[in-house]
Design a binder for this molecule. Sequence first.
Ligand code: ADP
Ligand code: MG
Ligand code: MG
Length: 206
Amino acid sequence: PSALSAADVAAWIRRAAELVAADAEHLTRLDAAIGDGDHGLNLDRGFAAAVAALPSGDAAPGKVLIAAGRAIVSKTGGASGPLYGTALRRAGKAFGDAAEIDAAALGAGLQAALDGVRELGQAEPGDKTMVDALGPAAAAALAAADLPSAVRAAADAASEGAEATVAMRARKGRASYLGERSVGHMDPGAASTALLLRALADVASS
Ligand code: ADP
Ligand code: MG
Ligand code: MG
């Protein structure tokens, strides 16, 4: 599509929940290496709650994301719950009452999500967190000319950003307790951000 409808945004949350459930063990393994091994479980719970909270009827795309974000904040443990919940709520607010999300709106939504995550978590780019996947994704979407390329570029940039966290030393979150020993492992939150943007690409290209 050239823009995302509310139904597309709801389909994104459902697809995200599917991918998170399928990848929960992998995310947990990444978190076991440099954290406490609960990231897959945390997100699986959170996105299941988000799916259950999706509004029925014809809510605007922004309202769909706000409902999903609220459910994630209330049901997800760990640092990632408030961070992802804030990301979705901020994106939803940025979408406002618009009935359709085009490339520019998607870029603005991802940027708002990034701003929310950075305000709450105080992470800088390069600190080995979800910011290192979300930041490049927002920049890529903002630079794209149309929705299909915005979605594809955001997903690709998030994956590359997650890969780049392998070489980083963690300066925020539990992984920062490991200091130099956090180097050589992918950040679980950056990996899950890449997964969430892949879910969006799946929905937008189907
Ligand atoms: P916890 O660390 O509380 O067990 P999770 O395992 O669910 O929570 O999530 C860990 C992920 O959260 C990290 O991989 C990182 O991407 C992200 N994270 C942690 N702290 C911050 C922060 N201050 N800013 C941004 N992201 C963070
Ligand atoms: Mg954890
Ligand atoms: Mg934990």
